[in-house]
Write a new protein. Structure first.
Length: 495
């Protein structure tokens, strides 16, 4: 990534450079033109808005487009659900208030959702790279060119990775077709509908681009999305691959490799702590159950197997839960609503930390740096001006850091308070009430603000109230963090 965004020579240049030049010619882009921080942020905002509007329009007319199966796609695509879904995928949240196989046509899945996974992921990576540039440049008013960064992120990073990953998934049995749903008869002679479709293409980019979501309602627990232990490993690796590599990219671009390694090992430490917590509390089971043997043995896995996919068990489910909650990839292969209370707390804390553990594509890097500076400033008790990478953090930089730090509490707590004190918000608690119901609501807004998208599914979120409020949380998590980070980087670049 360092070589790609520094426009140095790479192995893929022979294939990608002609396509890149063609894109610039068709879109009238000057690749040598640079943007200020405000221009870069404006381009990022417009790009997200256009993607949202295009996807919204496509979802509203999907019944008139190819591969719509009215006998199977029975969930109505109401205006509020279409708006929520469009915002969800254009912000890499992929919060899904619907079941994919009952709602989305193959055309919507591929041309709409899959395409947005590529575009939104590339835009996030571009912002992360621009943030690093701002930290490294001196006496400069520019952070690069947003359109060039998005193009190179697509051609050199995401498309090659997705082609390789989708081929591996298809080889392992993940469907990649446009067949109609199959009708089967079970051994009890009951009728069963088996959905299929172009699953492999959407599955790999949702993970590689740290988007999340799923082709099917069961997500990574569905045997078509995740057929074998190898696909489970490939998908989890794809989620953390680029965010982890960005720490090394950061160290290379700021010419301080040890800084990159420091961020990397902090990430690994926090990741291992979370994994140990979740696995421990799931393996010991619920201590309030009396007369139940929760011990692991050759005859049983023991622990809390409720909500777990038996192919992966407690270990594989805990690993997936921690990986996805540490990133902006809300995919899952088990039901988080059935996790023990302290396991669920760990997943919630992972998201509330602000994407500092792997995090989203591009967003994790500026999230970790801004969080580190925030903690440093909060504990500062000396009289001199603080510095980072040899540059001073003055009043203007402090304002951007505080905007970044306060956005999460402001939006998550306010929306949660509205939800738990109104009839419209409480009506979504169709399964659980009390403290667990409160957690479901709080978890939903924290997940949306973190652009993560995973949910404890006891909350019925496909209502006008939740479609609107979670949309606000998703947009705030995307833009109310990225814009202060870009402006902070622009201030640094001028020094």
């Amino acid at each position: 990534m360092d070589r790609v965004f520094s426009r140095k020579k790479t192995l893929l240049d022979r294939l990608c450079l002609p396509v890149e030049r063609l894109i610039y010619h068709l879109c009238a882009i000057d690749p040598d033109a640079e943007m200020t921080g405000k221009e870069y942020a404006t381009s990022f905002l417009i790009f997200g808005l256009l993607g949202t509007l295009l996807l919204y329009g496509l979802l509203r007319i999907q019944q008139f487009l190819p591969w719509f199966l009215p006998q199977f796609h029975t969930t109505p695509m109401t205006p509020d659900l279409a708006m929520n879904t469009a915002i969800s995928f254009s912000t890499t949240t992929t919060w899904q208030a619907y079941a994919g196989e009952n709602t989305m046509s193959y055309f919507s899945q591929m041309v709409g959702l899959c395409a947005q996974n590529f575009l939104a992921g590339a835009a996030g990576l571009a912002v992360g790279i621009a943030f690093i540039r701002g930290l490294t440049r001196q006496l400069s008013n520019s952070l690069g060119n947003f359109w060039v960064d998005v193009t190179r992120a697509l051609l050199w990073i995401l498309l090659p990775g997705a082609i390789i990953g989708a081929s591996l998934l298809a080889w392992q049995g993940t469907p990649m077709n446009f067949h109609t749903y199959a009708n089967a008869s079970t051994m009890e002679h009951a009728a069963q509908v088996i959905p299929q479709g172009p699953v492999a293409a959407l599955e790999i980019i949702k993970n590689l681009g740290t988007n999340g979501g799923g082709f099917f309602n069961a997500n990574g627990a569905h045997p078509f999305e995740n057929p074998t232990p190898l696909t489970n490993f490939i998908e989890l690796l794809a989620i953390v691959l680029l965010p982890a590599a960005l720490t090394n990219t950061f160290g290379r671009m700021v010419l301080q490799p040890l800084q990159g390694w420091l961020f990397y090992w902090v990430t690994i430490f926090l990741f291992c702590c979370g994994l140990a917590f979740v696995h421990h509390f799931e393996q010991i089971g619920n201590p309030l159950f009396t007369g139940v043997d929760a011990r692991s043995s050759s005859l049983q896995p023991g622990g809390n197997m409720e909500g777990k996919e038996v192919r992966f068990g407690i270990s594989g489910s805990s690993l997936a839960a921690v990986v996805t909650s540490n990133t902006a990839t809300g995919s899952y292969n088990s039901a988080h609503d059935s996790y023990a209370s302290l396991s669920g707390l760990t997943l919630l804390v992972n998201m509330l930390l602000g994407e500092v553990i792997f995090g989203g594509l591009g967003t994790r890097l500026y999230g970790m740096v801004m969080a580190a500076i925030s903690v440093f400033l909060a504990g500062l008790m000396v009289g001199r001006t603080p510095e980072f990478l040899g540059k001073k953090i003055g009043p203007a930089e402090n304002k951007m850091i505080m905007l970044f730090a306060l956005a999460g509490p402001l939006f998550v707590l306010t929306l949660t308070a509205i939800a738990v004190s109104t009839r419209a918000g409480l009506s979504g608690l169709t399964t659980n009430t009390g403290s667990h119901g409160f957690t479901e609501i709080f978890f939903a807004f924290a997940s949306c603000f973190a652009n993560n998208g995973q949910t404890v599914a006891g909350l019925s979120a496909n209502t006008p109230f939740y479609n609107l409020t979670t949309s606000l949380a998703m947009m705030a998590g995307r833009f109310a963090l990225a814009i202060p980070a870009l402006l902070f980087a622009a201030l640094f670049a001028r020094q």
